[in-house]
Design a protein. Structure first.
Length: 348
């Protein structure tokens, strides 16, 4: 689907697909064009299914055509960030600031700004850090409002460094937000991410996340990448099957482990990961109306876990009905692809 940094301003990447070419199970090459929203046209079902239902379920996509934005249309675009060496209190202060900012009705109604945070435990290889980032897009030629940036500078309170720079959106996305610090580690892992539709993170969010992050910091042989990002914003511009269009927040908590550094690292990583998510799923932001997102790895048999990814029976059954029409013998399949309604013997 393409959940990106600028989701609040531009929606997901899939909404900017104007056409694609796909080889279907019958061997034919189909050129599928984005239908007019609200009208049932030609290959509208295939367009809807591929963009959100897992492209590999339907055939082999050989080419996508995308509409792009222009830097000149956003002359006030600005990137800003604050980075501090990890400390439980600075993390909690920064998280609390994000919570205060994002529950403000004025911010909720303003689609110009994206905020996210990354918490990184990389020791002994690198310094453990807390990194806050923001992008002001400048829709409709709106000048940069530094309110969020100033609030985060106050939260950091000299415990780290902050800066803001006016820069074209293309450079922000290709240079500034391409993470230079490790986003992954060359070790096995336990991963999970959730997206929530709740309008607020809740007053207990900052303390709970800070507590669980801190529980990882002293564990030898265990590493952490945790990210919190804002969503919401503009409404869906095209009809695609990607669920959770109204997702407001995402939380990722990925724990890596090295048994070369600690013989108990795997058990320790599993324990802190499970304990963290047990606590997170009791928070108001995630206890209801939340679902897994792409970086969650667990049971990959879609028939057992579809409700975590596709929300409603209606959505999932529509995907299965389209699959039954264009690939009834389930030629394009893995355990995670959408199955047709009828199961044929593998020998056919």
């Amino acid at each position: 689907g393409g959940y990106g940094r600028l989701l609040r301003s531009f929606g997901v990447l899939a909404e900017h697909v104007t056409a694609f070419d796909i080889v279907l199970a019958d061997g034919g090459l189909r050129h599928v064009v984005r239908p007019v929203k609200g009208q049932q046209q030609g290959d509208a079902d295939i367009y809807w299914a591929v963009l959100g239902g897992g492209a590999g379920s339907w055939g082999i996509v050989t080419e996508y055509t995308l509409e792009v934005g222009r830097d000149a249309d956003y002359p006030h675009s600005t990137y800003y960030h604050c980075v501090a060496p990890y400390g439980k209190q600075v993390l909690q202060d920064m998280l609390s600031t994000v919570n205060v900012l994002t529950k403000d009705p004025a911010w909720l109604g303003n689609h110009n700004e994206a905020l996210w945070m990354t918490i990184l435990k990389a020791a002994p290889f690198q310094t453990n850090i807390v990194h806050f980032e923001g992008v002001w897009v400048g829709l409709d030629n709106t000048p940069f409002d530094d309110s969020s940036y100033s609030a985060m500078v106050a939260a950091v309170a000299g415990r780290g460094g902050c800066s803001a720079v006016a820069v074209p959106l293309s450079l922000i996305m290709s240079q500034f937000t391409i993470y230079k610090l490790p986003r992954e580690f060359p070790f096995p892992y336990f991963k999970r991410s959730q997206v929530s539709t709740q309008r607020e993170l809740g007053d207990g969010f900052a303390a709970a996340v800070a507590e669980k992050v801190d529980s990882v910091m002293a564990v030898p042989g265990v590493f952490l990448v945790s990210q919190i990002a804002t969503g919401g914003g503009v409404g869906r511009s095209v009809d695609i099957s990607l669920p959770m269009a109204n997702g407001m927040y995402s939380l990722g908590f990925d724990v890596f482990y090295s048994e070369q550094l600690s013989l108990t690292a795997k058990a320790d990583a599993s324990s802190v990961h499970s304990a963290a998510w047990e606590a997170f799923m009791q928070l108001p932001a995630f206890i209801e109306d939340s679902r897994f997102v792409w970086s969650t790895f667990g049971d990959l048999k879609i028939e057992d876990v579809w409700q975590h990814y596709y929300e409603t029976t209606q959505r999932y059954n529509r995907l299965r009905a389209i699959k039954s029409q264009i690939d009834p013998f389930n030629l394009f399949r893995t355990s995670f692809t959408i199955p047709p309604f009828m199961k044929w013997p593998r020998s056919l």
